[in-house]
Design a protein around this ligand. Structure first.
Ligand SMILES: Cc1cc2nc3c(=O)[nH]c(=O)nc-3n(C[C@H](O)[C@H](O)[C@H](O)COP(=O)(O)OP(=O)(O)OC[C@H]3O[C@@H](n4cnc5c(N)ncnc54)[C@H](O)[C@@H]3O)c2cc1C
Length: 453
């Protein structure tokens, strides 16, 4: 074993997706010595490494319920022409979507971390987490064949898959309660040279092609970038003729910040466990096969796609759900539908419960009341077994159904900010996380622009 680094940090964040990045910036701005460890050579996680987007949604009706650092990041992109900001969702599914330039996001997240004094450590995986007497003090990392250790007072697991939590032996659960199955994996891809004026015209002349938009016809005219969900009949015929060989019933595309560039969010890889090594590789292979099948199908059958050109797939297959912490509080779907405002709320979300079925084509949606939102309690990030390790982002403690709402990227980012702020307060006041002064936590978050209900 080669040892090249051995350093102590106030906070070590594992995973530089939107949650980990926001956690690191929040803590860094509070003066903590922060290390952010990321397997890739850039930040953004699913948003930059899996081609997901747009971010949806920052709103609940007209009210913006995700603010703070994630919104600041978007406003910085807007100033640079790298995002059009929050615009009407022309699929009609939710309130707003936030298209962005993924290369711009990589850079902006990096800038925010560097300005906050965060030490970045790229191309590094955490491989061992040893808990002694109920505390995690040291983790072992791997980079370019070097194994080395890093010490921390607090650790945030923002790996999406709760890798650190699993390695530290902290209890977790995975998948649907009835059978442990996760939502399908999806390899997104990006097409340029799509003629979206053709789709806009169809929305005017034949809105029934777009089922979520139909009751809100005309919404598309308010959207400077187009999102659409439709063409079920064409997809059905494609499946019948064997041109589409996987379960998908609708065309779902989102225009990015660049006009006529779309993200295609349609492939469906079922029955692969994203935290089983060989199955993850099988999912990548199947995802890429589906991408090429769909690419040809869209060009042949969907109006406006004739000249489309694929510029990008993945790069990694997207994982919607995997391990979730079994924490001090487990958020339920009923909490969401009740629009619960927890006394230890750290963030809010107004996105529907959006379950891509683990079994096939369907998407099962349960909508909150129009304009309704719920909050995320700090306790759903915490656990009593190893109290100096927190979850943040899509791996917090919740039911499978609740996860299908709170996992979206604005929410994951806001949860990250809450985690970073909580650790900062715990260190500043020498208090354990389960007994923080909640007024002080809310004051810190509000001063940093966050919305906590
Ligand atoms: C196909 C698909 C489409 C989606 N579409 C949308 C959408 O349109 N809008 C929306 O808002 N949300 C969407 N989502 C959801 C959203 O993108 C994610 O849930 C959210 O971004 C999760 O953020 P996160 O930071 O919690 O985790 P992630 O984005 O998964 O980030 C985790 C990071 O941790 C790193 N990491 C993992 N393990 C380790 C380790 N051991 N050591 C070091 N680093 C590690 C990873 O490389 C990654 O960068 C979609 C998700 C998928 C899969």
């Amino acid at each position: 074993m080669q040892s090249s680094t051995h350093t102590h940090y106030d906070l070590v964040v594992v995973g530089g997706g939107i949650a980990g990045s926001m956690a690191a910036v929040a803590a860094g701005r509070e003066g903590l010595r922060v290390l952010l460890i990321e397997e890739e050579g850039y930040l953004g996680g699913s948003l930059t490494a899996c081609g997901t987007g747009p971010m949806m949604t920052f709103h609940a009706g007209d009210k913006q319920v995700v603010r703070g650092l994630v919104d600041e990041m978007i406003q910085r992109l807007v100033q640079k022409g790298l995002s059009v900001g929050h615009i009407i969702d022309s699929t009609g599914y939710t309130y707003t979507v936030t298209p962005f330039d993924s290369e711009g996001m990589k850079r902006e997240l990096e800038l925010m971390c560097l300005e906050a004094g965060v030490q970045l450590l790229y191309h590094t995986s955490v491989v061992v987490a040893k808990v002694i007497d109920g505390r995690l003090g040291t983790i072992t990392c791997l980079c370019a064949g070097n194994l080395f250790s890093v010490e921390g007072t607090y650790f945030i697991d923002a790996s999406g898959d709760a890798d650190l939590i699993a390695m530290a032996g902290i209890p977790f659960e995975q998948g649907r309660e009835s059978d442990g199955k996760d939502q399908p994996l999806t390899m997104n891809f990006k097409l340029v040279d799509v003629d979206l004026s053709v789709i806009r015209n169809l929305m005017d002349s034949d809105v029934e092609l777009f089922p979520f938009l139909a009751p809100k016809a005309g919404l598309q005219h308010q959207a400077s970038r187009l999102s659409f969900s439709g063409f079920q009949q064409i997809m059905g015929e494609g499946i019948q003729k064997g041109e589409i060989t996987f379960d998908r019933d609708i065309v779902l595309c989102f225009e990015t910040n660049a006009k006529n560039e779309v993200i295609v969010n349609m492939t469906r890889v079922l029955d692969k466990n994203p935290v089983k090594p060989l199955e993850l590789t099988e999912a990548e292979l199947e995802g890429r096969r589906q991408v090429w099948e769909l690419y040809g199908f869209l060009k042949t059958h969907i109006p406006g796609f004739e000249k489309a050109r694929m510029t990008y797939s993945g790069p990694r297959i997207g994982v919607r759900s995997s391990r979730r912490l079994k924490g001090a509080y487990r958020i339920t779907a009923q909490d969401l539908l009740n629009e619960t405002i927890f006394e230890d709320a750290i963030s809010a979300c107004g996105y529907p419960i959006d379950i891509h079925s683990p079994d096939g084509a369907e998407t099962d949606s349960t909508f909150l009341r129009e304009g309704g939102y719920y909050t995320i309690p700090l306790r759903s990030l915490l656990n009593e077994q190893v109290p100096n390790v927190l979850a943040a982002g899509r791996n917090i403690s919740c039911e499978f159904t609740a996860h299908a709402s709170l996992r979206v990227s604005p929410s994951a980012g806001a949860i990250g900010q809450g985690a970073g702020a909580a650790v900062a307060l715990a260190i500043q006041t020498n208090t354990d996380l389960l007994h923080l002064d909640l007024d002080a936590l809310h004051a810190t978050l509000r001063n940093a622009g966050a919305f906590v209900g």
